[in-house]
Design a binder for this molecule. Structure first.
Ligand SMILES: C[S@@+](CC[C@H](N)C(=O)[O-])C[C@H]1O[C@@H](n2cnc3c(N)ncnc32)[C@H](O)[C@@H]1O
Length: 327
């Protein structure tokens, strides 16, 4: 999908996700607007297919810098695109409000979620997302949120820290790392910087490769805890499915196994009919399937995209379509 990338963020699986998402004119929701790369690709595809008239794209992001960047990139489509500040856990209320103000039905033809953080968020040291750069331990996607990563690291009991590192990072040395963080804050005062957290990890994990993996898992775990990423993902999946019109599609791109597992389970619950307990022999299911799987297996980025954009390496795209669209 030429021309939709930028130095802010190169959209991942843009060609594949947009080709599967765009079906007719209508309301499109991008719950993770970021730099607007996917949104721009959706709008270009709508225009190319003669579907732009009667279409509106609502882009949601909780990060002010993302909204600013996307505003500039989508300027040519300003009549068909709106950027809204908000958390996608409120996708239902935000969509109803925006659709009502334009006299539209709050029913979506397509919903895209491209989870996690953008390259820009990772690249800017002051946001504190990356262990590769010294910066304050912030990690809030929405800088209006109360608790930073430092707040959690400096106030949570050791057992809670270990649980965060284990549940959200699947880090095998979670207990030892939590102990090292607590020892560090008792001896040296509150942890303030990404370097201080990295040093705590390095004090109990050894070997270059192991250290790199542990750092990546611990930083991921903290980011998930700060932004309550799994909690809000569960909510947006459920509310997003309700917002789809018959034949509407939801495409989700995830970057780690915790997210992908949630998406896979939720999509499977939508695409599987409930026939009750085995052996009852019902003629009709208790609950019919609400959707079909458009992707039987997750779509992965090809070698060429991964070479151009290493971030695409871990991406998995899953798409469903709600029943009743007709073929
Ligand atoms: C991977 S980036 C999306 C990049 C975008 N697809 C593009 O092409 O530029 C994820 C974006 O989603 C935003 N985000 C993550 N979780 C969010 C949430 N719960 N509510 C709103 N925005 C969220 C982040 O701030 C970030 O800008």
């Amino acid at each position: 999908m030429g021309g939709t990338g930028s130095s802010y963020h190169e959209p991942v699986l843009a060609t594949e996700s947009v080709a599967m998402l765009v079906r007719g004119s209508g309301l499109y929701l991008d719950g993770t607007l970021g730099g607007g790369g996917h949104s721009l690709a959706i709008l270009c595809e709508l225009e190319r297919s003669g579907l732009l008239e009667g279409s509106l794209l609502l882009g949601i992001d909780q990060d002010d810098e993302a909204l600013q960047e996307a505003g500039v990139r989508l300027a040519d489509y300003r009549e068909h695109a709106v950027a809204i500040k908000g958390n996608f856990r409120n996708i239902a209320a935000l969509t109803q409000r925006e659709a009502a103000s334009r006299g539209m039905e709050p029913k979506a033809a397509g919903i895209l979620l491209d989870l996690g953080v953008s390259s820009h968020q990772l690249d800017v040291p002051v946001r504190g997302f990356s262990y590769m750069q010294p910066g304050p331990l912030d990690m809030r996607m929405d800088s209006g949120m109360e608790d930073t990563a430092a707040d959690i690291l400096n106030s949570a009991p050791e057992a809670e820290l270990a649980s965060i590192f284990f549940r959200y990072g699947e880090e095998p040395r979670s207990r030892a790392i939590a102990r090292a963080v607590v020892a560090r804050r008792v001896e040296g005062g509150p942890l303030q910087t990404t370097d201080e957290l990295a040093d705590a990890v390095r004090s109990v994990v050894f070997g270059r490769e192991r250290v790199m993996k542990a750092l990546s898992r611990v930083f991921q775990a903290l980011r998930i805890a700060v932004n309550r990423e799994l909690e809000v993902l569960e909510r947006v999946l459920a509310d997003g499915a309700e917002l789809l019109r018959p034949g509407g599609r939801m495409a989700v791109i995830s970057y780690h196994s915790l997210e992908d597992r949630m998406v896979k389970r939720f999509f499977s619950s939508l695409t599987t009919a409930d026939w009750g307990p085995k052996g009852v022999g019902l003629r009709e299911p208790l609950r019919p399937a609400a959707a079909i799987a458009v992707t039987k297996k997750p779509v992965r980025a090809g070698a060429e995209e991964v070479a151009r954009n290493p971030r695409a390496r871990s991406a998995k795209l899953r798409v469903i379509e709600t029943m009743g669209g007709g073929k």
